[in-house]
Ligand binder design. Structure first.
Ligand SMILES: Nc1ncnc2c1ncn2[C@@H]1O[C@H](COP(=O)(O)OP(=O)(O)OP(=O)(O)O)[C@@H](O)[C@H]1O
Ligand SMILES: [Mg+2]
Length: 369
């Protein structure tokens, strides 16, 4: 049995995961891929040269399904268990930022087509690329994806990716979609399309109907939000002090410190997120990368806090646009957060969004769609 299949069984036996036939099928698929990758001769090795021809490329996997079905969880298990040094796991959004930055640097050299050297560098970095949450909603990404992926697959990189949509629905109503169709064909040809679309949204299940908006700020709210964080990430409360932090890239070459960042869940204080000079690019980076954001310390605002309130509005717009799930501790309910004075009218839409974001429909919606 592969390490992945063994690990998955262990987690089910230990009651950490509920038995799920769709997941078992996906595990079997990923386990086959692990085996193939682990025995594949390295490019340029003696065995590889002895074959006298290019070895067959190893087909990747495109794992798609509704939210909370366990796609990221399975991809992480697969990645952890894979005994292969040349591997990289990255969130799709970060991968695209990285690709755009590399292309920009190559273009500056004015040495012709920048795609090939970028693909070479990516191949040298990792032969197995695991991309979480593929979603394409801008023309710049759509235009570049096909070319970069063609080059990567051509160079023997194996791609494993997760998405909320099947390949045919990627960039569904996007501009100039016809230019994107070759990418969809490429994915269908070179990756096995594996649905993981069982009946249970485990993320929602884990929250078990917990409220998402806590009033007022204080110890009781903190305890609840901590509990939600542990349920969502499986992190032991004993290790609370050691939850990893992360610096994420923001468009424009800046970065943003995320004090707690684990399994697609980020925790911030209002002060850190809206009390400093931050703007839409920062909030969009957060919204694309995290499926769930926990914010503590949201105060009641008025004209004297108009800068903070303006940033908060931009933040909520970004989270709402990307269907990020929000859990928060605040000193008031959304409609009472900015009740009177200059700016109150503009805040109404934010309050309305905050209410909608607590609804069952919103909580069950896919990230980024
Ligand atoms: N079989 C299971 N039993 C219990 N919990 C599970 C099971 N599968 C997944 N989970 C948990 O459910 C939560 C959601 O899983 P995960 O994040 O992998 O979903 P996803 O399919 O990637 O969702 P999204 O599309 O929103 O990214 C995680 O906390 C995960 O550990
Ligand atoms: Mg996921």
């Amino acid at each position: 049995m592969t390490a992945l299949a063994a690990r998955y069984r262990e987690l089910v036996a230990a009651d950490e995961l509920r038995p799920d036939p769709d997941q078992e099928r996906a595990v079997a698929h990923l386990a086959e891929l692990s085996k193939a990758l682990e025995v594949a001769p390295r490019r340029g090795s003696i065995l590889w040269r002895a074959l006298g021809r290019k070895p067959e490329p190893i087909r990747g996997v495109y794992l798609w399904g509704g939210v909370g079905r366990g796609k990221s969880m399975l991809m992480d298990l697969f990645f952890e268990c894979l005994a292969m040094p040349s591997k990289r796991r990255v969130h799709f959004h970060e991968f695209m930022l990285d690709v755009h930055n590399r292309l920009r640097a190559e273009r500056a050299k004015e040495k012709g087509d920048p795609v090939l050297p970028v693909a070479d560098a990516l191949r040298d970095q990792a032969r197995l690329l695991a991309l979480d949450e593929m979603v394409v909603n801008n023309t710049a990404d759509a235009a570049i994806l096909s070319r970069v992926f063609t080059a990567l697959l051509e160079k023997g990189v194996t791609v494993v990716t997760t998405s909320n949509r099947p390949p045919v629905d990627l960039y569904k109503d996007g501009q100039n979609r016809e230019l994107f169709l070759p990418f969809i064909d490429l994915i269908s040809e070179r990756l096995d399309i594996v649905p993981l679309n069982g009946p249970t949204d485990y993320r929602l299940d884990r929250l078990g109907g917990m409220p998402t908006w806590y009033v007022p700020n204080g110890e009781a709210a903190t305890v609840q939000l901590r509990e939600a964080f542990f349920r969502l990430t499986d992190y032991s409360p004993d290790d609370a002090a050691h939850v990893p932090s992360e610096d994420i890239d923001v468009a424009g070459g800046r970065s943003l410190h995320v004090p707690k960042s684990l399994k697609g869940v980020a925790v911030f204080s209002f002060k850190r997120l809206c009390g400093e000079a931050r703007g839409a690019p920062d909030y969009l980076a957060v919204a694309r990368k995290y499926h769930t954001v926990i914010i503590v310390g949201i105060p009641v605002m008025g004209p004297e806090k108009r800068n903070e309130a303006a940033r908060f509005k931009t933040l909520i717009d970004a989270l709402y646009e990307y269907k990020v799930k929000l859990l928060a501790a605040a000193d008031a309910q959304p409609t009472a957060l900015y009740e009177s004075g200059d700016g109150a009218f503009e805040f109404e839409r934010t309050a309305s969004r905050l209410i909608e974001m607590q609804s069952a429909d919103y909580m069950a919606a896919g990230h980024g769609i």
